[in-house]
Design a protein around this ligand. Structure first.
Ligand SMILES: Cc1cc2nc3c(=O)[nH]c(=O)nc-3n(C[C@H](O)[C@H](O)[C@H](O)COP(=O)(O)O)c2cc1C
Length: 182
């Protein structure tokens, strides 16, 4: 099967997750393209999709949201998996004890779920390098005033990413037999 892994990433953490998912799907025997969401990216050539974005202030980035809007008809009739890269730090719960992956669920997930009926939706821990942030994100990292800074570091859980990708690989039908010598 031909799979498109499409992502939105501001500083590369989500691109890393997307590339890792692509490698695992290739190892499962699928043909995989890993592409940044962009207006020129098309969907019709692919049999299945993994779509992901970094979350900023509770929202997916514009690129992957636009990709879904442009190709919703194709996506709605083919298998789709969604992931978000967001929570930072080593704690798996917030101050009230709620799982971070639940409280950091991006606000688009409910509508995406309704429109695409994805096979699965997953939130992964992300990464933040303060030295790379642009002015807007450096300021936003400090807000709301009085709250602690968003933690710096690479908190991506490669074991969780790999396990999820292997599960996807196992649920996408195997490589096409077309062209196999008879
Ligand atoms: C200003 C700012 C706001 C953020 N807001 C959120 C958020 O609302 N929810 C979340 O889960 N992560 C949030 N994060 C963490 C990023 O989503 C995380 O660092 C992500 O892995 C970055 O991916 P990227 O390098 O691909 O852009 C925020 C980070 C910054 C710098």
């Amino acid at each position: 099967m031909s799979v498109l892994v499409v992502y939105g990433s501001r500083y590369g953490a989500t691109r890393g997750i997307a590339e890792r998912i692509g490698e695992t799907l290739r190892a499962c025997g699928h043909e995989v393209d890993v592409r940044e969401a962009s207006p020129v990216l098309t969907a019709t050539a692919y049999d299945a999709f993994v779509i992901g974005s970094a979350a900023y202030r509770g929202s997916w980035l514009e690129g992957p949201v636009d990709f879904v809007m442009r190709h919703v008809d194709v996506l709605a009739e083919r298998p789709v998996w969604l992931f978000s890269s967001g929570p930072l730090g080593t704690s798996t719960t917030d101050d009230e004890g709620n799982p971070l992956v639940d409280v950091t669920r991006p606000r688009q997930f409910d509508e995406l779920e309704e429109a695409l009926l994805p096979r699965d939706m997953r939130v992964f821990f992300g990464a933040l390098d303060p030295a790379r942030l642009d002015f807007r994100d450096r300021m936003a990292r400090r807000l709301p005033a009085g709250r602690r800074l968003l933690p710096a570091g690479d908190f991506r859980d490669w074991g969780a990413v790999d396990a999820w990708a292997r599960d996807i690989g196992a649920h996408i039908p195997g490589p096409a037999t077309k062209g196999t010598p008879s």
